[in-house]
Design a protein around this ligand. Structure first.
Ligand SMILES: *Cc1c(COP(=O)(O)O)cnc(C)c1O
Ligand SMILES: [Zn+2]
Length: 398
């Protein structure tokens, strides 16, 4: 048995093929590259029941991941996060079968750990010693920490108002961190310059092919946790859209393998009204998005004015009869509080926005009462301590 059934990289735009055992960035046409596996061979040699005895982390799916030699795996035990029933909040929004995939308990506190674990492991396998990337905070934190574990150097650029804790995570791991006034695309320009001048490996969102593969494991886990049945709807807070592209890719691969049956779930991209390029494009029935000027939202992980993989996100939405929803920050914060008080789960604002979207889509009938609905909570609320305002009485002796 091979450890990985990776076979090559393919451009989803122009169909050009590339080798997966050499360093690759974008296709020469400018598109991100997708990893292809020999699913025919895997289907013949492997049965999903064999997964049962494996460790509860994302590497249990190593046949469907790009790392070829097990020794190159850089792991902190990430993956197999809980798929929690959300009975009280589900009752409140009239979705009795409401589930939350909770990424808040993964190393580094956000699902960015999945992309970093697989991305850094594959980079190590390819002999890469130094990576560079722009970030809204969480990705930079995760990649810095996994890079440290892999004895790799990391150069990170983030906006000045990215969550403080993510700045600290980069710094404490020894990354070469710089701040920039502006948004992630401004950080991206600086990284591009450094990459051109110093020949660093560019680990920006979708500029290397393997972060998607890490995030894909959320889709594999949801399917396995539901006993290889598809949910009806999956809602995902969408910035660069890697998670949504990844989940779609995972479920498509599982269908090819014959491990799951039925229609793919309808995929919902959730954004903030302060930064909603995908929602706007979807409303206009377009295949790609425009740069969102002056973007701003407290849900920092989804403050991405223009995603390189926008066409892949939109394609996944159209192919699954999904939709895209924009949510106000104030409503997001109310939902975050309601969920904490009803369920005991302190989730991140991005995740809370996705719950608001579920509530709205149920209200307007797009989600039916009997449907099984999975909301991705992409990170821990404790990474955003400033989103909760408290006014607590201080007791004094009478
Ligand atoms: C990055 C991030 C997102 C958005 O993820 P994409 O895959 O880039 O769309 C959502 N939530 C949190 C907490 C994030 O850090
Ligand atoms: Zn191409």
């Amino acid at each position: 048995m091979k450890f990985s059934y990776v076979s090559y990289l393919k451009c989803p735009k122009c169909s050009e093929r590339y080798e997966s055992n050499q360093k690759q960035q974008l296709c020469k046409c400018g598109s991100p590259l997708l990893v292809k596996y020999d699913l025919e061979a895997l289907k013949e040699k492997f049965r999903r029941e064999e997964l049962k005895n494996r460790e509860p982390n994302l590497w249990r799916y190593h046949e469907l991941l790009p790392v070829q030699n097990e020794e190159n795996i850089v792991t902190m035990g990430e993956g197999m996060t809980p798929l929690l029933p959300m009975n009280r909040i589900g009752k409140d929004m009239l979705i009795p079968n409401l589930l939350m995939k909770d990424e808040g308990i993964i190393p580094t506190g956000t699902f960015k750990a999945r992309g970093a674990a697989v991305g850094v492991s594959k980079a190590k396998e390819l002999g890469i010693k130094e990576i560079a990337m722009p970030t809204n905070g969480n990705a930079g934190a995760a990649w810095s920490l996994y890079a440290a574990r892999a004895e790799m150097k990391a150069t990170i650029v983030m906006p000045t108002d990215a969550p403080k804790i993510t700045r600290n995570e980069c710094a404490v791991s020894g990354a070469n961190l710089s701040l920039v006034e502006g948004v992630i695309s401004d950080a991206g320009k600086i990284v591009q310059q450094a990459v051109n001048e110093h020949g660093l490996f560019d680990a920006s969102t979708l500029k290397e092919p393997y972060r998607i593969e890490g995030k894909k494991t959320m889709g594999l886990e949801i399917a396995e946790q539901l006993g290889w049945k598809m949910p009806d709807v999956i809602l995902y807070p969408t910035g660069g859209g890697v998670g949504l592209i990844g989940i779609y890719k995972a479920l498509t691969e599982l269908v090819s393998l014959g491990w799951v049956e039925g229609n793919l779930p309808r995929l919902v991209a959730v954004q903030s009204v302060g930064c909603a390029p995908i929602v706007k494009a979807w409303r206009e029935k377009r295949g790609d998005s425009d740069f969102w000027e002056g973007s701003s939202t407290i849900a920092f992980g989804i403050n991405v004015p223009k995603a390189l993989g926008d066409f892949l996100v939109l394609d996944a939405i159209y192919k699954t009869n999904g939709c895209a929803v924009a949510v106000e920050d104030i409503t997001t914060l109310e939902e975050q509080q309601r969920i904490a008080s009803l369920e005991g789960t302190f989730i991140c604002p991005e995740g809370a926005a996705a719950f608001v979207a579920a509530r709205r889509l149920r209200k307007n009938g797009w989600i039916k009462e009997k449907e099984t609905v999975v909301v991705l909570n992409t990170g821990a609320g404790i990474k955003y301590p400033d989103t909760v305002k408290v006014d607590v009485p201080i007791l004094t002796d009478a």
